[in-house]
Ligand binder design. Structure first.
Ligand code: 5GP
Length: 209
């Protein structure tokens, strides 16, 4: 039997999930993606310091955990964080590091690991800053891609799923700090995100067969 978590919240309607009727349990697909990546890296002549995986905080933490367990060669993992700043609720598009890499990337194979690429601003900034430090090569893997909202062209080497212009949560992704623990990805209806931000909805999770 497939064990899955379904996201419920007031008024207790079952949520449509990313992959349609059935909840998409992501980990097995990510493990497959990890094997593809591991093979791609195995084909490279990587010297002893190995490759560097740079997951973006915080959303990529579950994804990168499943992804890197497919690797059987030296690999450094170093979380990075970037945020955009602007007046009011809309971002100005100015991105800066809030946690730059703490390991050297010069001459090394770098794997940028994103949870979701939306406008592409974050990744565009991160990629440019990493490339300025002269790595051997930068590859980008993202769990989710939301291409309909792209503002910056970013080349994605590996994509887990493509999603429509909807707000998704689970498998590391949050809404107002919640839902990161879900093992599937769910769509959070508009309005509920706003309510969550006001602290008005107590969302629950339930286990189903
Ligand atoms: P970008 O710079 O590409 O516009 O933004 C990427 C970041 O926005 C992601 O790393 C993530 O933190 C956030 N984000 C964009 N779309 C979603 C979404 O549908 N759900 C969640 N939880 N975060 C999102």
């Amino acid at each position: 039997p497939t064990l899955s978590l379904i996201l419920w919240s007031a008024p207790y309607r079952r949520r449509r999930l990313l992959a349609g009727e059935r909840p998409a349990i992501v980990a097995p697909l990510v493990a497959m993606l990890g094997r593809v990546l591991a093979l791609a890296f195995a084909a490279l002549s990587i010297e002893t310091r190995g490759a560097v995986a740079l997951p973006l905080m915080t959303g990529a933490f579950v994804f990168v955990a499943d992804l890197i367990r497919a690797f059987d060669r030296p690999l450094t993992v170093d979380f990075v964080a970037a945020s955009s700043y602007g007046a009011g609720t809309t971002s100005s598009g100015t991105v800066r590091w809030t946690k730059a890499p703490s390991v050297p990337v010069r001459g090394r194979h770098v794997l940028l690991v994103e949870d979701i690429v939306d406008t592409g601003r974050t990744l565009d900034f991160v990629r440019q800053r990493i490339e300025a430090d002269a790595p051997a090569r930068v590859r980008i893997v993202t769990l989710l891609d939301k291409p309909s909202r792209r503002e910056r062209p970013v080349h994605l080497d590996h994509v887990g799923f493509t999603v429509a212009d909807q707000f998704v949560v689970g498998y590391g992704l949050d809404a107002a700090g919640q839902f990161r623990h879900l093992r599937h990805i769910a769509v959070l209806p508009e309005g509920e995100a706003a309510q969550l931000n006001r602290g008005g909805v107590a969302a629950e999770t339930e286990r189903h067969r």
